[in-house]
Every structure is written in structure tokens, then in C-alpha cells.
Design a protein around this ligand. Sequence first.
Ligand code: FE
Ligand code: FE
Ligand code: ZN
Length: 287
Amino acid sequence: MDEQLDGLYVGCHLSVSNGYEAMGTAALGLGATTFAFFTRNPRGGGARPVDKQDMASLRQLLDDHHFGKLVAHAPYTMNLCSSKPETVSFARRSMAEDLERLELLPGNYYNFHPGSHVKQGADEGIRLICEGLNEVLVPGQATNVLLETMAGKGSEVGRSFEELAQIMDGVKHDELMGVCLDTCHVWDAGYDIREGLDDVLDEFDRVVGIERLSALHLNDSKNPRGSHKDRHERLGEGTLGIDVFAQIVNHPKLRHLPMVLETPQDLDGYGREITLLRSLADTEQVR
Ligand code: FE
Ligand code: FE
Ligand code: ZN
């Protein structure tokens, strides 16, 4: 099935271990029209060497099959606002390298966790994040960089829309910036998307600007709203419930965005969740 009639860009997190084109092939097999992947080992360390031919093959595949924007994910360990200067400089160097490499897959997204300020406080964390982004972002680059909304576990920065807005405010080339909203994270941070999705989106619009909203991570949550835990659950099996995902895939402000699953699933499970999301979409709305 090459053409998806529902117009949704939906997919899941995939492993880059077999290369770039292989991710595209795997995505096709799942009925996906977007996906995410780690730009390097999530536990830290180096990125694999660039295989330009492999990336060109993926580009062709994405084009042939009308994929939406991909949402590459920076490693979790990358912390732009660590209290250790060597961790900060490693994070900046990693991000610069990742973005340079993504020039070979132009027009996609690079999503990252703003970071953990440890004991420095959110304001100092935000200052460091902005300083890092101002060093790394190159005007005219082919990739937009997305801040992920965080659950507020430990000293995570990005637990509120205000913190994300504060980061945007401090970035010189903010035209290169957007937000990836993670449903589990915002719920765990305290935003009631289950009973008040529109209110939360209005608040996002007031504080950040809805035009900044670029991608979604679709995850149910194992914990109650406001728990600041960040434990993902399969769609419909957690505290969010399936209704909110049905609202999301049909929402005029959301349905055009790339939607990436990060639920605890194997590939077959992802395939089933992608099918489920497509079945929840009201195809009449697209026509
Ligand atoms: Fe993430
Ligand atoms: Fe996420
Ligand atoms: Zn998470």
C-alpha cells in the first residue's frame, strides 16, 4: 500500500543498526509514513560513519512513497545544560555533528531533550541551552531543531510551555526551532490533554505559539497526570486512554504533524498501533 488515504504521517521509532535505507524499508512494511531514529548510540559515544549512498537511497524511498518529515532523535545522554563543562562541550559537538550529517537528509527534524540542569536551577539551565544552540545552529541549515516537552523528572528543563518559550526567546535563529510534543510527557508534567486537549493547545498557543508545534510523540502513560515519572505505555493501555489519540489524529491543529510512537512495543506491535491510529482517523476530513 503506497498511498495512505488518511493523509496521516504516522510511524514509530526505528533502529538505525542496519542502515538508513533499511529503516525506510522497515517503515514501509509497517504502513508508516514517518519515523524516528537515534542519530547516534543513545547511551552516548560516537555516530556511525556517514554512508552517503545509503542516505541517498533513503531519500529516494521517502520521496517515492510520500513520507512526511522524519523526526531524528538526539541521544538521551546529550545534556546541553550539565554542570560539567566537558559534558556541555561534548553535547554541543555532538549536536553540531548530527546536524551536519542531517544535511544529507534535508528538510527533516532533529528532536532533543532540552537537558537536566542538575542543581544549577532552571534559569541557568535555560541560559546554557540557549548558549549551546546559539553556538551550534547555522543560518540556512536544512534541519529544524525541536525541543521535546518533558515530564519534569528530576531536574529536567522543558517541563512547562513557559520553559520552552524561554528557550526560544534566547535563541538567535529561532526560525530554525520548533517543539515536539510528547503526549506521555505533557500528561506526566500535569497538562490535562485527556479531558481538555483544546485548552492545552490554546495554552500552548498563548505561551509558545501553535506555529512552533512541529511533531508529536504518541505514547500512553503508566502514571497519573502530574506524576513527573515519564514511563511510556502502549496506546489505550495507560492512564491517557485511546480516546485522546482518536482526538489527536482527527484534530485540525494536529492531524498534519508527523506522529511518532515510542510505546513499549516490538516492530509487530508498532505495526498494529499504526493500523489502529489510521483506523481512528476520519478520512472524510482529509478530502
Ligand atoms: Fe524523547
Ligand atoms: Fe518522546
Ligand atoms: Zn519519555
